[in-house]
Design a protein around this ligand. Structure first.
Ligand SMILES: [Ca+2]
Ligand SMILES: [Ca+2]
Ligand SMILES: [Ca+2]
Length: 428
């Protein structure tokens, strides 16, 4: 008798009352889900039915195997781990259990569902649900906000995708009205386009706040634009996804009914071509100008990881208590139409992440200061009449280089981004 069978015999005989002691092993069955999504886990339990009418969990005493075994693995505890698949696949889980000289087998097919690159998203119930990000990223110009959304119903004006509004004072954000029309919030206005989203369909929504104007996009097609007198944005120093930050956290209004995925915040004014190219691709997270990026593929727990190097992670609902709260959105499978294509061809130009180069001379020392949207640790080269300096960007996006004993007029530029150029006269 094999060891695991001996252990099973011992445990089973030790756990039954004498009058109903198991004699014969009748059958075996497997309990677990018929479907597991790719990159996910599920637990399967093997039960043995004996002639005393009782069933026992014999998972640990069974030998478990998968056929063909290409798309998943199963461990001795019954934990099934599905791999990534390019299309739906099936593994047949087989369990074999021996009790004394009796052996029984059971099989169960498990479908591994290809859920695509969008993987997971968050379902908002239009009843307080939101993601909170404690970072002052929306009080910025220029700014681009984008997301994939699937509206499940139309119920109120101003269904909010993302916002940093405060009461009686608009911040920046995207919303949808009760007719499904896509709208935008600016410093002192909220306006809607004539373009409507279809309930139940996935749409890409985006707004670009450029110098003196905004441009609103539905599925990367411009649906409204207007010039306006921009003031320094000073709404909430945090933002919400799925609910308007102007609302009291306990007021059910302007809340989003449906799924939101792939939320991106840029401190750049993206062009229509950029939006069109990148909207169906998972970004790497280090694209220049991208300051927060939520793929919502976390799939569990209270936190939403920011996939950029800046670490602006969000949390679900009113707090990140592991027990959850009423304002938590729900993790769901997302079928947002992302592809497996890489964003390389979109050609995000690191020069777009340069904000300013300023050069001055003090006591024959030439000082060049850089402001960028690059992540900390990024390196750039500055050229001063052929004398080059390597600059490492700090956590505020800044960098600095100096040259001593400089005389006369000096022109400094960023190597690779020659449009960023400045000059200073060190005299005499
Ligand atoms: Ca996702
Ligand atoms: Ca809720
Ligand atoms: Ca919560």
């Amino acid at each position: 008798m094999k060891l695991r069978s001996k252990i099973a015999s011992f445990l089973l005989s030790g756990s039954c009352a004498a009058a109903v002691c198991a004699q014969d092993l009748e059958s075996l069955r497997i309990e677990g889900p018929a479907e597991v999504v790719e990159n996910a886990q599920a637990v399967f339990v093997v039960y043995a039915l004996f002639d005393n009418g009782l069933e026992y969990n014999v998972t640990l005493f069974s030998s478990l195997s998968l056929a063909p075994g290409d798309h998943a693995v199963i461990d001795p505890f019954g934990v099934f781990t599905a791999f990534e698949v390019s299309e739906d696949a099936t593994e047949v889980l087989a369990a074999k259990f021996t009790f004394g000289d009796q052996t029984r087998q059971a099989t169960q097919p498990v479908r591994i569902r290809d859920i695509g690159p969008a993987r997971h998203g968050l379902l908002f119930d239009a009843d307080l649900d939101r993601v909170h990000v404690e970072a002052d990223l929306l009080n910025h110009l220029p700014l681009t906000l984008e997301a994939w959304v699937r509206l499940d119903s139309l119920w109120t004006d101003h269904m909010t995708v993302i916002s940093n509004n405060r009461p009686f004072y608009w911040g920046h954000g995207i919303q949808i009205n009760r007719s499904g029309h896509l709208g935008v919030m600016g410093h002192d206005f909220q306006e809607y386009s004539n373009a409507a989203l279809t309930v139940g369909a996935w749409h890409h929504v985006a707004v670009v706040y450029d110098v003196g104007l905004y441009r609103l996009y539905l599925d990367a097609r411009e649906v409204k634009t207007r010039t306006y007198s921009q003031q320094q944005p000073d709404a909430r120093p945090y933002f919400w996804i799925g609910k308007n930050t102007a609302d009291d956290g306990n007021t059910r209004e302007r809340d989003f009914p449906g799924i939101i995925d792939e939320v991106r915040v840029w401190h750049l004014a993206l062009e229509e071509d950029d939006l069109l190219c990148a909207m169906t691709k998972r970004l790497d997270g280090d694209e220049p100008g991208l300051v927060a990026y939520y793929r919502f593929d976390d799939a569990a727990g209270q936190h939403t990881v920011d996939a950029t190097p800046f670490g602006h992670d969000g949390f679900l609902g009113g707090n990140d208590n592991p027990d959850g709260d009423r304002a938590d959105p729900t993790w769901v499978i997302s079928l947002a139409p992302l592809t497996n294509d890489t964003p390389d061809e979109c050609g995000f130009d690191s020069c777009e992440a340069m904000v300013r180069l300023k050069v001055r001379c003090v006591d024959f020392k030439l000082i060049a200061k850089l402001q960028t949207l690059l992540p900390p640790g990024a390196e750039l080269t500055l050229d001063n009449e052929g004398k080059r300096r390597q600059v490492v960007i700090d956590e505020r996006g800044r960098g600095k280089a100096t040259w001593r004993e400089q005389f006369g007029l000096h022109t400094v530029y960023i190597v690779g981004c020659e449009d960023f150029v400045d000059a200073a006269n060190c005299g005499p």
